[in-house]
Ligand binder design. Structure first.
Ligand SMILES: Cc1cc2nc3c(=O)[nH]c(=O)nc-3n(C[C@H](O)[C@H](O)[C@H](O)COP(=O)(O)O)c2cc1C
Length: 343
């Protein structure tokens, strides 16, 4: 049976968890409409996750998804940080920045024993992971709760790996997708196909439900993915101008300008490849630059630049994630958008 059928959803729609951009409001709106709402947990501590789950359950008794990152934290490397600061030095100078120790905002957490305990306690219907899967004992603990486990693949090989390691469904994240690439087996971008090609390849290779993600944001792209055999679609960018999404004013402005600026996969903001709208930073240093230190430590040295530019109303150093189709974003309530796409 399809995931929508198993969960009793009205629509084959999964709201993309968008760390730092979506929270309980968007998840609740999607749950109320009959899609699968998702809470991105990568930037939250256990108390914050518990509060959001409580608020979500107060708004809707529909099933929901908790989403976690499962990267391994890099060893601290002062030399790499120093080289990164040197690469950024002309920008510090341009912005008159002398003190580069601005705090970088909430840490990106990786799924560990604390999160596994929380999942056992909160019992979400679905748990999705980005960057592979957690260690087998942690995954077993999640599966023992009865949660359906999803994870994203950027290649057919990654989908096969996820199936072999216990995922219950694969999110085929095409190269068009906004935000971080899920990539976890290899670090090259060259072999990552567009959504429809990836979907077809994964459907051929695995025996699991496959969810299409990346560049889906209008009726045509939803139908094309479902007609091609997708079990559901996962939408991110298309939801970002909706009032229920927590997208900042600056990010909304960037999305409105995005069709003219274009998007690019860049490692500059976090150390891992992610699709963002072109900015002064990606023009200046990238989009891909070997000097960016490993995920998530690239963000630290950028923090003072980001703070200075944002104070001046500019997103030159802000990670303004977007998929390749920002023109599908509309500033209308989620109910209207979902009705247009699925109704
Ligand atoms: C702003 C933003 C933040 C994202 N954050 C996450 C995240 O926290 N966890 C995750 O699994 N995927 C995240 N993604 C990726 C989405 O799950 C999904 O792959 C992507 O949005 C699909 O492409 P689209 O943006 O073209 O719809 C994010 C995407 C965006 C646009």
């Amino acid at each position: 049976m399809s995931i929508a059928g198993r969960l009793g959803l009205r629509y084959p729609l999964i709201q993309a968890p968008m760390a730092g951009v979506s929270d309980v409001r968007l998840a609740a709106a999607i749950c109320q409409l009959g899609g699968l709402g998702s809470l991105p947990c990568a930037l939250l501590n256990s108390e914050q996750i518990t509060t959001q789950v409580r608020d979500l359950r107060a708004a809707s008794d529909a099933p929901f998804n908790l989403n976690f990152f499962c990267h391994s934290a890099p060893a601290s490397d002062d030399t790499a940080q120093q080289r990164w600061r040197e690469a950024l030095a002309p920008l510090y100078e341009q912005w008159g920045i002398e003190d580069t120790d601005t705090p970088a905002g909430p840490a990106r957490r990786s799924f560990g024993a604390e999160q596994a305990e929380l999942v056992a306690h909160l019992k979400p219907a679905v748990v999705s992971f980005h960057f592979g899967l957690p260690a087998s004992e942690l995954l077993e603990a999640v599966k023992a709760t009865g949660a359906l486990v999803l994870s994203s693949a950027n290649t057919v090989d990654e989908a096969r790996w996820l199936e072999a390691h216990g995922a219950d469904g694969i999110i085929a994240q095409g190269i068009e997708a906004g935000g971080h690439r899920a990539m976890f087996l290899r670090d090259t971008l060259n072999d990552q196909p567009p959504t429809m090609e990836l979907l077809a390849g994964i459907l051929d290779a695995v025996n699991l439900p496959v969810i299409a993600a990346g560049g889906i944001g209008d009726r045509e792209s939803v139908s094309a993915a479902l007609d091609a055999g997708a079990d559901a679609v996962q939408l991110g960018t298309a939801l970002m101008l909706c009032p229920e999404c927590n997208t900042s004013e600056l990010h909304r402005q960037a999305l409105r300008e995005a069709p003219g600026r274009g998007t690019v996969v860049t490692n500059l903001y976090s150390g891992r490849p992610a699709r963002s709208i072109n900015t002064a930073l990606t023009d200046h240093l990238g989009p891909m630059n070997a000097l960016a230190p490993p995920f998530p430590t690239a963000a630290q040295a950028l923090a003072p630049l980001r703070a200075a530019a944002e104070a001046a109303g500019q997103f030159d150093f802000t990670p303004v994630w977007s998929g390749t189709r920002p023109e599908t974003c509309r500033a209308v309530p989620v109910a209207e958008l979902v009705d247009d796409l699925f109704g």
